[in-house]
Design a protein around this ligand. Structure first.
Ligand code: GAR
Length: 210
């Protein structure tokens, strides 16, 4: 099984969905480490409660981005991590860190990329008047929310939606999508070729996963 670390900054509901999925015997990844840049992240306690090593590396204790990223990198390597999943990790990395983990780090973003990068994605979608919104799992590249796309799920935008109601509809799909996408990446069903993701089996395996 692929050794996976999950990086969080807060609630950690996507982290929980990955941990739950990884309990299945045939799942190709095991969650070996959870790290947060915020000591108060609620997800840390949950991870520990299910026996996963979890701790904070408080970014405020480091003089700059590169030093924090080096500490993160050292923890990941010490734990033998092969693949990193960002799950609500709200901190931008230095280019060096992203390059060190190129092709081995994925993120979930709450919009149908390349639309609505950055924060407040649900408000952005409502302001744009789109009728479909959703979430994306993508490989991480130095440019924010710009990496090759592994998988997406869409939801309708309904009359009367506000950012909270839309977020609630999207998060349900995030919790389905991320475990499926991680299974594809860790199981070799998706791989990076240049700046594209190649899905090895576009038929049954991908359908079953998604
Ligand atoms: C999720 O909606 C995730 O897509 C988003 O933050 C939320 C974290 O929730 N991530 C980003 O906006 C990344 N830029 P969670 O902590 O409950 O998984």
């Amino acid at each position: 099984k692929t050794r996976v670390a999950i990086l969080i900054s807060g609630r950690g509901s996507n982290m929980v969905s990955l941990i739950e999925a990884a309990k299945a015997p045939g799942y190709p990844a095991e969650i070996v480490l959870v790290l947060s840049n915020r000591p108060d992240a609620a997800g840390l306690a949950h991870a520990r409660s299910v026996g996963i090593t979890a701790h904070a590396i408080d970014h405020r204790a480091f003089p700059d981005r590169a030093t924090f990223d080096a500490a993160l990198d050292a923890e990941l390597r010490a734990a033998g991590v092969e693949l990193v999943c960002l799950a609500g990790f709200m901190r931008v990395f230095s280019a060096g860190f992203v390059e060190a983990w190129a092709g081995r780090m994925i993120n979930i973003h709450p919009s149908l990329l390349p639309l609505f990068k950055g924060t407040h994605t649900h408000a952005q979608a409502l302001a744009a008047g789109v009728r479909l919104h959703g979430c994306t799992v993508h490989y991480v590249v130095p440019e924010l929310d710009a990496g090759p796309i592994v998988a997406q799920a869409a939801v309708p935008v309904r009359a009367g939606d506000d950012p909270d109601s839309l977020a609630a509809r999207v998060i349900v799909q995030e919790h389905r999508l991320y475990p499926a996408a991680l299974a594809l990446v860790a199981g070799g069903g998706a791989r990076l070729q240049g700046d594209r993701v190649v899905i090895e089996d576009d038929g049954a395996a991908a359908d079953a996963a998604l």
